[in-house]
Ligand binder design. Structure first.
Ligand SMILES: NC(=O)c1ccc[n+]([C@@H]2O[C@H](COP(=O)([O-])OP(=O)(O)OC[C@H]3O[C@@H](n4cnc5c(N)ncnc54)[C@H](OP(=O)(O)O)[C@@H]3O)[C@@H](O)[C@H]2O)c1
Length: 254
């Protein structure tokens, strides 16, 4: 049975992946979705014109991985696409931050993404794809958002290296690096100053459409929109010191 597995499918970017994958990839037998909010996943299931299997749980607990692993083994599953979208950010200075929230980002954004990927690798078939959601925050250090940006640098580096390892099995890994996207993300992260947000924000549907296109074209990095493409170029040219100072100013850190 051919499936796509999507984490973080209860809202925002992950949910949008489920919607677009269901429309575009008619050869899939099922889409498997995970998140903690069961009612959101049930609602998504009603909206999709494909069989949906729900795995509710916290990606920081063992239980969800055990359930998915058992199902993968028992049901003769071929994963055609894995989308690791679950994640969160919390804008706080490190010296004033809540350690649980800050370290929790490492647990979800890095550890859970790595664990889900390692769990799925044996079930990924030749020509299949992994899509990992990093962020444009991966491009440079971000005072005021230090742990989040570092966690996304991990996703960026990990995904590039993994892609090279899986090349011989014809499995593509695409790292998606969006700037601000209109989702519930900012409710937990804390709002960006509205001027900057309005200038560069994108919709989840635009970002996901581009990501799926880039993944089909076997690209390793997907960056939506001119502002973020420019940010990536500047991050490659400017010194780390200068970049960090610029981000400190943009994030209004004194
Ligand atoms: N929005 C942006 O501006 C932006 C920009 C760049 C990158 N990103 C990245 O895009 C990804 C998706 O974010 P989004 O914007 O779509 O935010 P979102 O709407 O808040 O979605 C986050 C998703 O992650 C899930 N999740 C969070 N913690 C979890 C946990 N412990 N266990 C299981 N699931 C968990 C949430 O589900 P439950 O709460 O139901 O568990 C939800 O489905 C994240 O990795 C984020 O870092 C976002």
């Amino acid at each position: 049975m051919k499936i796509a597995l999507i984490t973080g499918a209860s809202s925002g970017i992950g949910r949008e992946f489920a919607v677009q994958i269901a429309k575009l990839y008619r050869n899939l037998d099922e889409i498997w979705v995970t998140a903690r909010r069961a009612e959101r996943l049930e609602q998504l299931k009603k909206e999709l014109d494909v069989r949906v299997k729900i795995y509710t749980g916290n990606l920081c607990d063992d239980e969800i991985y055990n359930k998915i692993e058992a199902a993968l083994k028992n049901e003769n599953i071929e994963i055609r696409m894995l989308v690791n979208a679950a994640g969160y950010g919390k804008m706080e200075k490190v010296d004033a931050g809540d350690p649980k929230e800050q370290c929790g980002m490492l647990d979800v954004n890095c550890r859970a993404l790595t664990r889900m990927t390692m769990l799925c690798i044996p079930f990924l078939s030749s020509g299949s794809r992994i899509v990992n959601i990093a962020s444009a925050a991966a491009f440079c250090p971000q005072p005021g958002f230090a742990v989040y940006a570092a966690s996304k640098s991990y996703v960026y580096s990990f995904s590039l290296a993994l892609g090279a390892e899986l090349e011989k099995r014809s499995i593509t890994v695409t790292t998606v690096c969006p700037g601000p996207v209109d989702t519930e993300f900012f409710e937990r992260a804390g709002a960006l100053p509205s001027k900057e947000k309005a200038a560069v924000r994108a919709s989840a549907s635009e970002v996901v459409k581009q990501a799926l296109l880039d993944s089909v074209n076997r690209k390793t990095i997907s960056v939506y929109g001119m502002p973020m493409k420019c940010a990536r170029i500047f991050a490659g040219i400017l010194s780390d010191r200068l970049l960090t100072r610029i981000m400190k100013r943009i994030n209004h850190i004194n």
